[in-house]
Design a protein around this ligand. Structure first.
Ligand code: GFB
Length: 318
């Protein structure tokens, strides 16, 4: 990418897209093409076609998606499969038709089979049944990955797919019902600390294991792979290190200064028992993350505190 390349970041207001925007700005890319959802509904093929006709992006980061934690995925299956299929089909097709040089599509580690061998290797995709709480989202993301491969094979379109592990950071969703576990626990523990409550409830058994990547590290990987990765095979992005949900809660408690105890709500699902990535292909290309989990939680907690008062989505109300 040249400093004046026309770069479209689809989803630039979200967790991932906002981090890609920060990374592009820091590196001196001056022609960032950005459209809020109110101005461009990516589910609308005519609107997407019109945007690409007018703006002619050369590079596309496809970070727009309907995302959420285990409960949001489980309770809104129609929206998760519909919106994601529409967004990615429209953007991938328009990027190809309007001559984009390259597109980067974001999948997710949750598209691996529920019981695939750990750590998860790229070769394990589509070898077994999916985790039921997020199979709708996973099917959509698998379709996006396959669409990238199909356009590469039939049309020679340079589309790559990244499979990031669970992400977190500034601009995350802190709504307790729809968020992922890390922002949910930051909020719950911060509220408990602020109200001198002695107990915080974790969903499920606390034993599932997850891996967490700070979103600015993912953005760095996106820029690196946009320039250095040219393969049809998707590539994992993460640390290759996981911890249990209870250990995560204890780490967040240490950052917040909460000394109370944790209860478990067994009525909530655990989801997949373990999800840790094999990152050997990415490491072989020379990239690795830089922000340790504790540091990333401190940055995210700080962002939460600065934004909680002004934004209802990150409110401190219990
Ligand atoms: O992050 P999370 O919602 O999604 O939940 P997944 C991870 C684990 O944390 C589950 C537990 O075992 C939850 O039961 N957990 C404990 C909590 N307390 C809480 C809480 O207060 N809130 C939440 N949300 N979880 C998602 C997929 O799976 O991963 C998506 O559903 C997406 O499709 C995302 O791919 C990365 O890691 O289980």
């Amino acid at each position: 990418m040249r400093p004046d390349s026309r770069i479209y970041i689809a989803g630039h207001r979200g967790l991932v897209g906002s981090a890609i925007r920060r990374a592009c700005t820091t590196r001196g890319f001056t022609q960032l093409l950005l459209r809020e959802r109110a101005r461009l509904d990516l589910r609308d093929p005519a609107a997407v076609h019109q945007f690409f006709t007018t703006e002619r992006p050369e590079y596309v980061f496809l970070a727009a998606a309907l995302v959420g934690g285990i409960h949001a995925n489980d309770s809104r299956p129609a929206e998760f499969i519909r919106d994601n299929l529409l967004i990615q089909a429209n953007v991938i097709d328009a990027a190809f038709r309007h001559g984009a040089r390259k597109l980067l599509f974001l999948g997710s580690s949750c598209i691996y089979p529920k019981l695939a061998p750990q750590p998860l290797r790229e070769e394990s995709l589509l070898t077994g049944p999916l985790e039921p709480t997020n199979e709708w989202y996973a099917i959509a993301k698998l379709a996006g990955l396959k669409m990238c491969q199909a356009y590469r094979r039939q049309y020679g379109f340079e589309a790559i797919t990244l499979l990031p592990t669970n992400l977190y950071g500034p601009e995350d969703n802190f709504d307790l019902e729809s968020s992922h576990v890390l922002p949910a626990l930051i909020r719950k523990i911060a509220v408990a600390q602020a109200t001198a409550a002695e107990r915080v409830t974790l969903w499920g058994s606390g034993t599932p294991r997850r891996e967490f990547l700070f979103v600015d590290d993912l953005a760095d990987a996106c820029l690196f792979l946009m320039e250095h990765y040219h393969d049809e095979q998707p590539i994992n992005v993460g640390w290759g290190i996981d911890l249990s949900i209870r250990e995560l809660a204890e780490l967040i408690a240490a950052v917040v200064g909460f000394r109370g105890a944790f209860d478990l709500d067994a009525s909530r699902p655990d989801g997949t028992p373990r999800k840790v990535l094999d990152v050997s292909r990415l490491s072989a290309l020379g990239w690795r993350p830089h922000v340790p989990l504790r540091v990333g939680i401190e940055i995210t907690y700080d962002w939460y505190r600065r934004n909680a008062a002004s934004n209802p989505a990150v409110s401190t109300a219990p």
